[in-house]
Each structure stands twice: as structure tokens, then as C-alpha cells.
Design a protein around this ligand. Structure first.
Ligand code: F0G
Length: 388
């Protein structure tokens, strides 16, 4: 049974179903399936600028519909007098926000019968492209910077059956190469320079407005290649036009060792513990600056130490474990109010946490003390727990 975002098909499903739903299991199944969530294209496809052939071959893993979690403990600890929500994108099917754009890009490529897709990636795009390509029966090729991709991301790309190629260079080198090769050969490019990726990623802004019934005052998020900040701003603007949901100020955060948009020039050898955003020449840099400017927001940088401190704080105070890059947006809120240069008191802030902590377990385990070993005796356990 195809479950695209074709509304006439949905209507047909409903009518068949209501006539027979008490008579057989098939009909009951139809009814049940049609009532459940079917992914971002199904929910928001009518608001996305996608070619008609995209809906004919929708490839979905039921991405999106991610939780918007109140973070009162963290807000209290940061003591800025603001209301804080985490948009937890790590709960997407492959563990990052990339799935929102990938369902659109892969469905579009599949609809025009592309056989192979390619991307450059710091890891999450690779895993997402590989998963959606697998589901569509397409080949995925992913180019990653040698030795700089977190274990959970590389493992994902391999598990989903992609051809993984390491480049002895940076993400920026890899991106130039995929642009060149797709200009020359019939291979579909699924990086966020592909406009359909941006269309899909706009859905996160729609979801936030739907849940809060308006845009927040501030939206903060990490910035790497700058596709996501571009998509959020486009999404908020579109929803505001349609539903008068208002506009947030956008705060984009880069890592200090990879902050071309803050420094105002490209960086040859970006370095940061947040490998997802280890990017020196963002493809959508101009649009990121425009989003910050138009929204009366800013693009700032935080240090690796600030990122890792925030990663730990979020996990320990809220039970939300994110990969380092995902903590960058929030790290802004831990700066003292002078450094923050923003009046946050009384404001509603949404922080986008872009990827799951499981993507990069090494960052936690490499410095961790080995858990204690005790003999399997109650007395030994009591001694350790109660100290008697
Ligand atoms: N957070 C995570 C976890 C990411 O993986 C990325 C980008 C970003 C933030 C930044 O998003 O590039 O749209 O500004 N990861 C890309 C990748 C580059 O290849 O997975 P952006």
C-alpha cells in the first residue's frame, strides 16, 4: 500500500475503509495505518516547493514529529529568566535532523529515476543519505574527511550499505569534489545545496510553531554548512505569512575553531571537537548571515570547552544526550549575560539539538573512569553504595 502525500489517495483510502472497516482485517489495518503519522512529506508536503514527481515515489522513514521538550532544570541552572525548549532532532530515524531534508531529496531523485546519490559529509548527512537511498533501492556514495567522522555516523553509513570514501582533506574539499562529479555524471547530489533538502528541513520550523502556536522569541542552533539555519528561517517566514505565527530572532552558533561566518572569511583548516560542524567554507554562508540579519539575530562562536560543558549539563540536568555540535546552540545561553549581548529575560527560547549523543560515544568514553568492578556479593555492593 503506497502512503504518499497525495490527498486524493488518502481520501480514497478513507472511503474504502469506512465502508468495510468492521468486515475484515485488511480494512482495519488500512484504517489504522492511515490514521498514524506518515512523515514530513505527508504532513507538510503541500507547503513545500517540490516537483510533482516527488510525491509519486515518497521515500520515508517517518522522520520528523520530534519532541519539543521543556528544559526547566537547565533554564533554572542558567538563571537567565527565560523559558527554554529543546527541539530534539536526535530522535529522527537515523539520529539527526538530516532525515527531514533527505526524505525530500531522495524522493525527488527517486521520482526522476536516479540510480545513484552522492554527498560530502561530516557524518550525519552520510548516514541519512545511505538509509534513505537503501530504502529507495538506490546506491549511495559518501565522501568523508579522513579520520574526522564520529563512530556512530560512520557505522551508520556502512550499515545502510553506502560506499564510503575517505578524502585526505576537509569537508570543504569533499563538497567541491561531489559538486564537480555530479556536474559531469548522472549522479544526484543530496547535500544541502540541493534545494529540496532545504524544503524538507523547513518542516522543523512548522512543527515548532504548531506546538507552541507561535514562533519562539529566539531560536538558537549550531551552524556548519549553513543549510539548517537557512531552512529554519525560510520555514518561519513562510508559516508567518500563512498563519501569522510571528518570527523568531535567529542565533546561529559556530565552534570557535571553525567560525568562518564570525571571522568574515573562509578557514583553511577548521578544527573543533564538534566534528559535525568542522567546516571552513559554508556553502550557504551568505544565507546564514542574511537569516541572522533579517531576524535581528546574530552568528556567534563558542569554544570547544563551552560546547562540552553544555553537552554534559544538558545530559545531567535534563536526561537529553546530544552530540557535541548539537550543544553548541545552547552553549550560547551559558555565556554570562554581558557576553550574550541579548536580553533573554522573559523570553521563550527554542534550542535545536541536531543529533543524538549516541552518534559520538567516544567523546564521553575516552576520558571516563572505568566503572568499578565488584564481586557478585551483596556486601560488596553495599560497601560501594553505602560506604559501610
Ligand atoms: N549539527 C549536526 C549534528 C550536524 O551534523 C550538522 C551538519 C550541523 C549541526 C550543522 O548543520 O550544516 O546545515 O549548518 N552536518 C553536515 C553533515 C555538514 O555532513 O552531516 P548545517
Amino acid at each position: 500500500m503506497a502512503l504518499g502525500f497525495d490527498t486524493s489517495r488518502r481520501a480514497l483510502l478513507y472511503s474504502t475503509t469506512s465502508a468495510t472497516r468492521n468486515d475484515n482485517w485488511d480494512a482495519i489495518l488500512c484504517y489504522t495505518v492511515d490514521m498514524t503519522y506518515q512523515g514530513v512529506l505527508s504532513r507538510y508536503g503541500h507547503l513545500l516547493d517540490l516537483p510533482p514527481h516527488t510525491s509519486a515515489s515518497a521515500v520515508t522513514l517517518l522522520e520528523g514529529d520530534t519532541p519539543l521538550i521543556r528544559a526547566d532544570n537547565l533554564a533554572r541552572q542558567l538563571d537567565g529568566g527565560f523559558e527554554l525548549f529543546i527541539k530534539y532532532e536526535g530522535s529522527n530515524p537515523t539520529g539527526s535532523f538530516k532525515d527531514r531534508g533527505m526524505t525530500a531529496a531522495i524522493s525527488e531523485a527517486s521520482g526522476r529515476e536516479a540510480k545513484t546519490v552522492i554527498c560530502a559529509s561530516t557524518g550525519n548527512t552520510a548516514a541519512s543519505a545511505a538509509a534513505y537511498a537503501a530504502r529507495a533501492g538506490m546506491k549511495a556514495i559518501v565522501l568523508i574527511p579522513q579520520g574526522k567522522v564520529a563512530a556512530g555516523k560512520l557505522a551508520g553509513a556502512v550499515a545502510y550499505g553506502a560506499q564510503v570514501i575517505q578524502i585526505d582533506g576537509s569537508f570543504d574539499d569533499a563538497l567541491s569534489m561531489v559538486v564537480e562529479i555530479t556536474d559531469k555524471h548522472p549522479i544526484a547530489l543530496v547535500n544541502s545545496i540541493n534545494p529540496y533538502r532545504i524544503e524538507g528541513q523547513k518542516t522543523a520550523a512548522f512543527e515548532i510553531c504548531d506546538v507552541l502556536e507561535s514562533a519562539p522569541d529566539w531560536l538558537c542552533l549550531p551552524v556548519g554548512n549553513a543549510g539548517n539555519i537557512t531552512a529554519y528561517w525560510a520555514g518561519f517566514k513562510q508559516y508567518n505569512q500563512l498563519k501569522s505565527t510571528g518570527l523568531p530572532q535567529i542565533l546561529g552558533v559556530q565552534a570557535a575553531g571553525a567560525a568562518p561566518l564570525v571571522l568574515g572569511h573562509a578557514i583553511q583548516s577548521p578544527e573543533t571537537v564538534a566534528t559535525a560542524i568542522r567546516i571552513g567554507k559554508p556553502a550557504r554562508g551568505e544565507q546564514a548571515l542574511q537569516a541572522a540579519d533579517e531576524s535581528k539575530g546574530r552568528i556567534i562562536a563558542v569554544t570547544d570547552e563551552e560546547i562540552l560543558n553544555m553537552q554534559k549539563l544538558l545530559a545531567e540536568l535534563e536526561g537529553i544526550w546530544v552530540e557535541p555540535a548539537s550543544a553548541a546552540g545552547l552553549a550560547w545561553l551559558a555565556l554570562d549575560s554581558a557576553a550574550r549581548e541579548v536580553q533573554s529575560k522573559g523570553k521563550r527560547i527554542v534550542a535545536v539539538c541536531t543529533g543524538h549523543g549516541l552518534k559520538d560515544p567516544d567523546i564521553i568514553t575516552r576520558d571516563m573512569p572505568k566503572p568499578q568492578v565488584v564481586p557478585p556479593k551483596l556486601a560488596a555492593l553495599e560497601e560501594i553504595i553505602l560506604g559501610n
